[in-house]
Write a new protein. Structure first.
Length: 346
C-alpha cells in the first residue's frame, strides 16, 4: 500500500491531521466541534495535495522513465518520440527529456547502421557480380588455350585478345572503384584552375567522334561564339565529367541518332552544360537511382555495351566537390538530358 501515491498520501494526511488536532488540544478554548472540523479539513487538504503532487509530478514521470528504459532495453524505439514532446512541470521532466533524447539518438544511430549494413550487402553482391564477369571470361579463354588451343595460331591470337579485353575491363573497374572510394574518403584533392570550358568540351567531342561514327551518329555542339566560357574548376575532372556524359549519350542512343551538347553562359555568373540524346530514355522509377554504384537501367544490355556502372556515381562526386550537382530529365522514347553548372570566371 505504501508503494502507491494514494497509500503514501493517506499516511501523510493522517499524520498531518493528527498533529493539527494535537496542537489545537493545547488551546484552552478548543471545542470538540473545532477539533473535528480542523482535523477533517487538514486531512482532506493534505490528502488531495499530496496525492496530486505524488501522482502527477513524481510517480507518473518515474513511470514514464521506467517505460522508456524498458523500451531501450528491448530496442523498441518506435513510440518514444511522441512522449519526448509532452509538457510537464515535474522536477523529473529534465531527466525524462534527457532519456528520451538519448533514446531517439540511439534510434537514429541504429537506423543508420541498418541502412549501412543493407548498403554493404548490396554493394558486396554487386561488386562480386561485376568482378566475376571479366574474371570468368579471361579464365575461360586462358584455360581453353592451356587445354591445347594454343597450338592453333589463329585461335591463340583471337583468344589472347579476348582475354586481354576482359582483363582491361577488370582493370578499369578496379580503377573506377579506387577513384570513387578515394573521392568519398576525401583522399583525392581537387586542383582548381582557370580554363576555357568550351575547349574542354571540344577535346572530349574530338576523342569520341570515332566512337559515334561507328554507329552513324552525329555530335552537335551549340554555343554562342561571341561569349566567353571561362570557369575556375578542376580541369581534368571536368573533362572526365563531360567525357562520361557524352560517352553515355552515344552508348545508350540508337544507331543514326544525334547527341547535342549545349554550353550556355548566364548573367548570374554561371555556365550550364547540357548533354542531350534522342535514345530510348530512362523510366521514371530508375531516374533517382542511376547515380548509385553499379545501378543499370537494363543490366544485361548495359554490360554488352561495356562500362563499369560507376561512371555516373563518379560524375556525381566530382560535381559535389565543385559545389554543384548533376541533374537529369528523361522522356521514354524521346531521350534524356543531363546537365550541370559551374561558376563563370571573369
Amino acid at each position: 500500500m505504501l508503494t502507491t501515491s494514494r497509500g503514501i498520501s493517506l499516511v501523510l494526511a493522517i499524520a498531518i491531521s493528527t498533529l493539527t488536532v494535537a496542537f489545537l488540544l493545547l488551546l484552552d478554548d478548543a471545542t470538540p466541534t473545532l477539533l473535528v472540523v480542523a482535523g477533517g479539513i487538514s486531512f482532506s487538504v493534505s490528502y488531495i495535495l499530496m496525492n496530486v503532487t505524488l501522482e502527477f509530478l513524481i510517480f507518473k514521470e518515474i513511470s514514464n522513465i521506467y517505460s522508456v528504459l524498458e523500451k531501450i532495453q528491448k530496442k523498441d524505439y518506435t513510440s518514444i518520440a511522441e512522449k519526448s514532446t509532452r509538457l510537464s512541470i515535474s522536477p523529473l521532466k529534465k531527466i525524462n527529456k534527457t532519456i528520451n533524447s538519448y533514446a531517439l539518438s540511439k534510434n537514429k544511430e541504429i537506423e543508420t547502421l541498418q541502412k549501412n549494413a543493407a548498403f554493404r550487402r548490396e554493394f558486396i553482391a554487386d561488386i562480386s557480380h561485376e568482378l566475376k564477369t571479366p574474371i570468368f571470361a579471361a579464365q575461360g579463354y586462358i584455360h581453353t588455350l592451356l587445354d591445347g588451343a594454343v597450338e592453333d595460331k589463329s585461335v591463340r591470337l583471337k583468344f589472347l585478345k579476348r582475354a586481354a579485353k576482359s582483363l582491361n575491363a577488370l582493370d578499369k573497374l578496379v580503377q573506377d572503384l579506387l577513384t570513387l572510394n578515394q573521392m568519398e574518403s576525401g583522399v583525392i584533392k581537387f586542383h582548381f584552375e582557370a580554363f576555357d570550358l568550351k575547349e574542354v568540351i571540344h577535346e572530349v567531342i574530338e576523342e569520341l567522334e570515332h566512337k559515334a561514327s561507328k554507329r552513324d551518329m552525329l555530335i552537335r555542339f551549340y554555343y554562342d561564339k561571341e561569349k566567353q566560357y571561362h570557369t575556375f574548376a578542376d580541369k581534368d575532372k571536368i573533362f572526365r565529367v563531360c567525357q562520361n556524359l557524352i560517352s553515355n549519350a552515344i552508348k545508350y542512343n540508337h544507331d543514326g541518332g544525334e547527341v547535342e551538347v549545349h554550353l550556355k553562359a548566364h548573367k548570374g555568373q554561371k555556365l550550364t552544360v547540357e548533354v542531350k540524346d534522342n535514345g530510348k530514355g530512362i523510366p521514371p522509377e530508375d531516374l533517382k537511382r542511376i547515380f548509385e554504384r553499379f545501378y543499370r537501367v537494363e543490366k544485361s544490355r548495359s554490360r554488352e555495351k561495356g562500362g563499369t556502372g560507376l561512371g555516373l556515381a563518379i560524375v556525381k562526386h566530382i560535381l559535389e566537390g565543385h559545389k554543384s550537382k548533376i541533374s537529369v530529365s528523361s522522356t521514354l522514347g524521346k531521350g534524356s538530358i543531363f546537365s550541370f553548372e559551374l561558376p563563370a570566371e571573369k
